[in-house]
Design a protein around this ligand. Structure first.
Ligand SMILES: [Zn+2]
Length: 165
């Protein structure tokens, strides 16, 4: 499978959520859980600004799914996300038996941009979902959304630089 027009509609909502996070002082990441019938069941965005660096939307979705979906529903669900799952979120997704992942930009793209800008290294290796959760079907990136996501991450990087002085 690749990124379809329907996928792109859901990914655009993830980008909106990412922007909402950035505007609220968090990082620009947003995600949706869509069930097997195409209904959005949960949307969330990054919430790390108060100090809990594990508050990634994909992690929240995986934990939410434990008490709100059956195993069958989890397997049929798709998680859409503005940025590819990090290893923590990939692992949570796979442990919960969730289905397909579709992302707008890859971890490799984000790592490349941050290196280009001279941003500090991430404390977690930028492993692709496939390296952490080889059984999960994954699609992305969506080139249509690349420029917008790059701009959001650039804004976050510049804000971090300003905070560091
Ligand atoms: Zn994560």
């Amino acid at each position: 499978m690749s990124v379809s027009r329907t996928d792109l509609t859901f990914l655009r909502r993830c980008v909106e959520l990412a922007r909402e996070g950035l505007d609220d002082g968090d990082e620009p990441f947003g995600s949706l859980l869509v069930d097997g019938s195409g209904t959005v069941r949960l949307e969330d965005r990054n919430r790390v600004k108060d100090g809990d660096e594990t508050r990634h939307p994909e992690f929240e979705i995986a934990r939410w799914s434990a008490s709100h979906l059956t195993a069958q529903e989890r397997a049929a669900a798709t998680v859409y996300t503005s940025g590819e799952h990090c290893p923590m979120c990939s692992a949570a997704h796979a442990w919960m038996g969730l289905g397909r992942i579709v992302y707008a930009v890859s971890s490799a793209q984000l790592t490349g941009w941050r290196a280009e800008w001279g941003a500090p290294d991430s404390p977690v290796a930028a492993l692709p979902v496939r390296a952490v959760a080889p059984g999960v079907p994954v699609d992305g990136p969506a080139p249509e959304l690349e420029e917008e996501m790059r701009a959001l991450h650039r804004t976050q990087f510049e804000r971090g630089e300003a905070a560091r002085g």
